[in-house]
Ligand binder design. Structure first.
Ligand code: G3I
Length: 348
């Protein structure tokens, strides 16, 4: 039978993948074949974000999210919802009134409650767990000064978790963020988890987004954070795993200077030099082994996209840039470290 990553992983943790609309609608048949064969959990890359679901107050657009959830049900997948409260991709109307002034705390609470309970309630019993709040803590451990924070202070986070729980008491609830290896953020998130628990609110796990590069994060610090979250009494999930394979020459390039970048035009060759590809596979394998080592606290590892051509990392700073960050390549083939795991397993 065809080799399968999810079979290699077995019951260590869920093997997840983020789907875009072309995939969850079934249009991208090659990617869908990979998803069915190798993964047992899916998360919506974009179609469940606030700007997509409620672009105008009271105007809900559920078509793409419904198809995403149905894809999961039809294929026996664990379905994950992303994300209920996020400062980014938030429609302009959410936190301001018609004059563009910040709405009152009462008004914002009511809007959060309506959004969260309409979305979570619709998928009650179908979505296993939700990224309730995304990216609310910054590197030094303090709260991101988002509109949510400006208007409601720290309260917006427990409120979001409370509203989600009321709408689906059986759903798992998560806090999700990036750069979770950074000590300041790690401590801030631990503090947040403890405060939610002290309030008697449900929080099942912390999502470590896992957006990586060839020289970050420090695997030791990443592991320390995994253990710190577990000791705060929650499970750990790697929610958005990918690793840029920046050719070394470009690693130092100031990629924010798109003029210089444009001079290099498409800085990513059609194929990576072997040396870079081997280094990339080695580092990815190291992290996968770290997740397996801590399978007692890791409940899910999710890749942020199916193949290299689907990755958001191709988008910045200029569209069309090629990167090689995911578990399957542009020819829908498994990367070396994945193939090796499957070969080893079938040899046993
Ligand atoms: O759907 C529109 C399309 O109609 C329009 O023609 C096109 C061109 O403007 O834009 C399309 O929307 C884009 C959307 O992706 C779907 O492709 C948005 O512009 C673009 O900003 C959006 O980017 C997503 C980004 O989040 C912002 O929502 C990326 O795909 C997605 O990978 C990325 O994922 C985030 C996680 O949600 C949270 N953690 C960080 C991660 C990376 O930024």
């Amino acid at each position: 039978s065809e080799k399968s990553l999810k079979e290699v992983v077995g019951d260590k943790f869920l093997m997840g993948v983020a789907l875009n609309v072309r995939q969850s609608s079934g249009a991208d048949t090659s990617a869908v074949k990979i998803v069915k064969q190798h993964f047992n959990s899916i998360v919506a890359e974009n179609c469940m974000k606030c700007e997509e679901i409620q672009p105008k107050e009271g105007v809900f657009h559920f078509e793409d999210a419904d198809r995403f959830v149905q894809f999961g049900i039809d294929n026996g997948m664990t379905v994950i919802g992303h994300c209920l409260v996020w400062h980014s991709q938030l429609p302009d109307w959410f936190c301001v009134d018609e004059k563009g002034q910040n709405v009152s705390p009462e008004k914002l609470k009511q809007r959060m409650k309506t959004h969260i309970q309409t979305v979570v309630g619709r998928y009650k019993g179908k979505v296993k767990g939700w990224d309730v709040v995304n990216e609310a803590i910054v590197e030094d451990g303090s709260y991101r000064k988002s509109k949510f924070y400006e208007i409601l202070g720290e309260e917006f986070i427990p409120l979001a978790f409370q509203y989600a729980h009321e709408a689906d008491p059986d759903a798992e609830l998560y806090y999700n963020d990036y750069g979770m290896d950074v000590q300041g953020r790690r401590e801030g998130v631990v503090k947040l988890v403890r405060s939610l628990k002290e309030k008697g609110l449900r929080i099942d796990a912390v999502g470590m987004q896992g957006h990586m590069g060839m020289d970050y994060p420090d695997i030791q610090k990443f592991e320390e954070s995994m253990l710190a979250f577990a000791s705060a009494g929650v499970k750990v999930m790697i929610t958005e795993w990918d690793m840029s394979a920046l050719p070394t020459a470009l690693r130092s390039a100031n990629i924010s200077d798109t003029v210089a970048f444009k001079k290099t035009l498409n800085p990513y060759p059609q194929e990576l030099p072997d040396s870079v590809s081997q280094a990339w596979n080695k580092r990815m394998q190291q992290f996968f082994q770290l997740f397996e080592k801590h399978a007692d606290i890791v409940t899910r590892v999710t890749a942020w996209g199916v193949t290299d051509s689907d990755s958001w990392k191709n988008d910045f700073p200029i569209r069309g840039r090629r990167d090689y960050p995911l578990l399957f390549d542009r020819n829908y083939q498994p990367k070396e470290f994945i193939q090796k795991m499957m070969d080893e397993q079938s040899d046993t």
